[in-house]
Structures are given as structure tokens and as C-alpha cells.
Design a protein around this ligand. Structure first.
Ligand SMILES: Cc1cc2nc3c(=O)[nH]c(=O)nc-3n(C[C@H](O)[C@H](O)[C@H](O)COP(=O)(O)OP(=O)(O)OC[C@H]3O[C@@H](n4cnc5c(N)ncnc54)[C@H](O)[C@@H]3O)c2cc1C
Length: 272
């Protein structure tokens, strides 16, 4: 039976992130929070694997107390155990501190329960966009990582072997690894299906197990949150669009005149 770990992040429900120009931080007010879309694919993949092979899904997140809502939603994807890492000392974490916090919690879960076979992460979070947390956790757990996963081609639990398709700019790569392995998931990796009413009702009642920096997980406090984060975001801004495009309305000028106009423009720019 498979033992699956899915790591999810709650993010603002928009790809049009607004930044406070003075503080350089995200404006979260008035923006509803959702599960990061790539993490939904990871959850859907876990759900499919559980249906095929049987097993257990544990879902973890590090975030403010309201991140419990994302974990409750994960129950709709047949999660068996939901874990919230929340503490003021976790706040302000960069990818180094986030990876450390998650990895130490995962090690704790493995010590107190049993080791995971697969660790599923999103390929990136749509707010931070760094795509570093999955590989950062894999390094700390000392397991192989396959990024940009689009499909699991083969999973042999007896031989402890997995064959995975990953998307690259040049095409598809097919890689094999020994379990346990950490996969970061593209959208194609898993497609959510409608959850049965029983799962939705169960999700409403579910509450996560909560862990902080109180000593149960043996954290080095200097490696948590802002204190453990060497990265500083100095400035975040939307680049100014300096060049204006030229609009040619086909209905007004007709195709021939439009083509002539484009050729004229290209010649003026030295393109033709
Ligand atoms: C505008 C902006 C720029 C930033 N730039 C940087 C930067 O350059 N360097 C830097 O170190 N930090 C940066 N940060 C902070 C960064 O967002 C946080 O460190 C964040 O916790 C992790 O990075 P990420 O969101 O890019 O995650 P990614 O690495 O993109 O996330 C990949 C996957 O990791 C998992 N994951 C990520 N966060 C969590 C979590 N909290 N709990 C559970 N699973 C999680 C999810 O599965 C997710 O799909 C920036 C933040 C902002 C708002």
C-alpha cells in the first residue's frame, strides 16, 4: 500500500498579483485564498494513485491559521490525515526556511508513523513562483526529485521503481527512479473530478492536526521564518510597457490595405 505525502500552499485566488509598492509585500486584503492550482493537480494525482494501489494520503501545509481551510478542502480529495504547521516564528519564511520547516515536519511524521513512498508537490506556487520548495525539501530528505511531472507511466511497488514523464522546453523526458521520490507536478499530472457528497460533508467537519515551533518537532529556531531567511525582496514592480502596438482595424481598411500598411511598417523598421 502506498504512503503518499502531498504538500500544498494556500495562495491568493488570482494570477494578477497586486503588490504594495511601499512594503513590497502581497496585497491579500479582499483577495480570496485558494489551494495553489499545481497543488490541486498533485492532490488529484494522489487521489488516483490511492484508488489504483490503495494506501494513505497525508496533506501538509505551512501557513497562517486560515490555511486550515485549504487542508479541509484536501479531504475532498480523499486525504486521510491533514497537518497544519502554523506559528508566528514560521512567518516571513523564504524558500530556504520554508523547505527546512516542511522537511523537518515530514521527518517527524515519518519517525512517528511510517516512511512515505512518494512526496507530491506543485511545480511552483502562483504567488512566489520560485519553484524551489519541492527540490529544497527533497535535498533535505535526501531523496531524488523529478520536476515538471506530467504523468506516472509505471509504478512498481515491489521493485520500488517509478517511471515518470516530465515536460521540458525541448519535449518530454522519460525518467525512472527508485522510491521514495519527490515529484513536482504540472497541471497535466492530475485532473480533479467531482467529489462525492460524503467527502464534501466529511471535509466540512475535518480539522487538521496543528504543529508549531513548541518543541514537538525538533526545530532549530534560528532556521525558521524571517530569522532563518537570508533572501530579501528589495523591490517588486510591474515593468512599464514603453512600446505601443499599432492597431489596424480590418473592418475599416480591408485586408489589402492592412497588408500594405504592415509591409510599410516592417520596411520602416528595417525588418524587410
Ligand atoms: C513577490 C515575492 C517574491 C518572492 N521571491 C522570493 C525569492 O526570490 N526567494 C525566496 O526564497 N523567497 C521568495 N519569496 C517568498 C516565497 O514566496 C516564500 O518563501 C514561499 O514560502 C515559498 O516559495 P514559493 O511560494 O515560491 O513556492 P514554490 O517553490 O514556487 O512552491 C512549489 C511547491 O512547494 C510547495 N509549497 C510551497 N510553499 C509551501 C508551504 N508554505 N506549505 C506547503 N507547501 C508549500 C507547494 O507544493 C508548491 O506548489 C517571495 C515572495 C513574494 C511575495
Amino acid at each position: 500500500m502506498l504512503n503518499l505525502l502531498v504538500s500544498i500552499k494556500q495562495v491568493p485566488d488570482t494570477t494578477n498579483i497586486r503588490i504594495n509598492p511601499e512594503t513590497g509585500t502581497l496585497i491579500r486584503e479582499g483577495v480570496p485564498a485558494v489551494i495553489n492550482p499545481y497543488d490541486i493537480s498533485a492532490l488529484a494525482l494522489a487521489c488516483n494513485l490511492k484508488k489504483t494501489y490503495g494506501g494513505k494520503i497525508t496533506v501538509i501545509t505551512m501557513g497562517p491559521p486560515q490555511a486550515r481551510l485549504a487542508l479541509k478542502e484536501a479531504i475532498e480529495y480523499f486525504a486521510d490525515r491533514i497537518i497544519l504547521l502554523t506559528d508566528r516564528r514560521f512567518a516571513g519564511a523564504d524558500t530556504l526556511a520554508t523547505s527546512y520547516t516542511l522537511a523537518e515536519a515530514i521527518k517527524f511524521l515519518e519517525k512517528t508513523d511510517r516512511p512515505f513512498d512518494l512526496y507530491l508537490f506543485g511545480k511552483q506556487a502562483i504567488d512566489g513562483d520560485t519553484a524551489q520548495v519541492g527540490p529544497g525539501v527533497a535535498a533535505r530528505l535526501n531523496v531524488p526529485v523529478i520536476t515538471y511531472t506530467i504523468k506516472i507511466e509505471e509504478l512498481d511497488l515491489e521493485k520500488r521503481k517509478i517511471v515518470v514523464q516530465r515536460k521540458t522546453e525541448r519535449g518530454i523526458e522519460i525518467l525512472s527512479a527508485r522510491l521514495p521520490v519527490l515529484l513536482t507536478c504540472e497541471k497535466e499530472a492530475g485532473h480533479p473530478v467531482f467529489s462525492p457528497l460524503s467527502a464534501i460533508l466529511q471535509a466540512q467537519k475535518a480539522e487538521p492536526e496543528v504543529f508549531g515551533a513548541d518543541g514537538r518537532i525538533p526545530y532549530d529556531l534560528n532556521r525558521l521564518g524571517l530569522k532563518g531567511s537570508p533572501t530579501r525582496v528589495h523591490r517588486v514592480y510591474t515593468p512599464e510597457i514603453k512600446k505601443q502596438g499599432k492597431m489596424i482595424n480590418l473592418d475599416e481598411v480591408g485586408v489589402e490595405a492592412a497588408v500594405e500598411e504592415i509591409i510599410k511598417l516592417f520596411k520602416a523598421k528595417g525588418v524587410l
